[in-house]
Design a protein around this ligand. Structure first.
Ligand code: HEC
Ligand code: HEC
Length: 259
């Protein structure tokens, strides 16, 4: 009896060890299938042709003529294809920052959308015309993922006066050392935020302190996802805590707006 039990136990252990070995072998092979990501969706939402094979559009977006307020935002061409131009940096469209100012279109936002993933895929690909514009199925999937689970409730980050709800003093350290172990803002933008990052235009003046104060919603989007087509890191990809993002943004608002 005893030796039979013993044998059974050993047999089970051998099977378990064999299974474990197989598992290790499987996980050692990296999965290289490209996947839709929230970060890619966030970059595409900003300016898709900087991060896609799709070319910069030469036409005006097909839905542009339908804007409820056609008098205020008279832009034409590729700009009208940026998701943010109709839905806003705060994702709230006419109910958010684009309620007034030169970007007002009257279009609604996407924040809090209850659309199913399938309907959203169709809306973005077909109704909006992004499939014809050259976006791949994978890119459309990233946009769906971003809208359904990557949007920030900007009111939780930014108060009614446009100030970030963070601690500037703590943010200084993060600005100078990096978010989530990534490269520090200061390394590319300078300690004072007035340095032009590598490869920017000679007339560069989108300084950290300027954008943080003039458009905190845009600023938050760039910090969370990065600047399309540049090596700027993404706080979301780095899994930086919301508190760290808030603090680095609050510190950025204390930096000079110009030289
Ligand atoms: C030219 C303006 C315009 C642009 C640019 C635009 N949209 Fe829209 N979007 C609309 C309009 C208008 C609607 C609502 C009516 C409709 O579906 O025809 C809408 C609706 C949506 C909805 C559905 C929200 C809901 O629950 O009702 C989603 C999601 C959406 N857009 C995502 C995007 C994404 C992602 C992009 C960029 C890839 C984008 N939109 C670019 C105009 C625009
Ligand atoms: C690896 C370098 C790098 C790092 C690190 C980096 N950025 Fe950037 N960032 C860039 C580049 C390049 C641009 C695009 C500049 C241009 O428009 O020519 C940019 C653009 C921006 C913009 C959009 C306005 C603009 O300047 O064009 C903001 C806002 C911004 N960065 C803020 C930050 C903040 C805050 C951090 C830290 C959390 C940070 N960046 C980290 C390289 C970097």
């Amino acid at each position: 009896m005893r030796s039979a039990t013993c044998f059974t136990v050993i047999a089970i252990l051998v099977v378990l060890a064999a299974c474990g070995g197989e598992d290790e072998q499987q996980s050692a092979q990296p999965d290289t299938t490209p996947k839709a990501t929230i970060r890619q969706g966030g970059l595409l939402y900003d300016k898709f042709w900087k991060v896609s094979q799709a070319a910069e559009p030469t036409t005006t977006h097909p839905l542009w003529v339908k804007r409820p307020d056609a008098a205020t935002n008279t832009r034409t061409g590729s700009t009208t294809w940026r998701c943010k131009e109709c839905h806003g940096w705060d994702y709230k469209g006419v109910d958010g920052a684009y309620a007034k100012g030169s970007h007002r279109t009257g279009f609604a936002g996407v924040f809090g959308s209850r659309m199913s993933a399938a309907d959203m895929r169709t809306s973005i690909a077909e109704t909006h015309g992004y499939k014809d514009a050259g976006l791949s199925d994978l890119e459309i999937e990233s946009l769906v993922l971003f809208v359904r689970s990557g949007l920030a409730d900007t009111a939780a980050y930014i108060d009614e006066q446009g100030a970030f709800r963070g601690e500037a003093e703590r943010g200084k350290r993060l600005y100078e050392r990096g978010l989530g172990g990534g490269k520090a803002c200061a390394e590319c933008h300078g300690l004072d935020g007035l340095k032009a990052p590598k490869a920017s235009n000679a007339d560069y003046d989108d300084f950290v302190g300027k954008i943080a104060n003039e458009n905190p919603w845009e600023f938050l989007h760039k910090v969370r996802f990065g600047q399309p087509g540049t090596p700027m890191p993404s706080a979301v990809t780095a899994k930086a805590p919301v508190k760290d993002i808030l603090d680095v943004c609050a510190y950025s608002q204390t930096l000079p707006k110009g030289r």
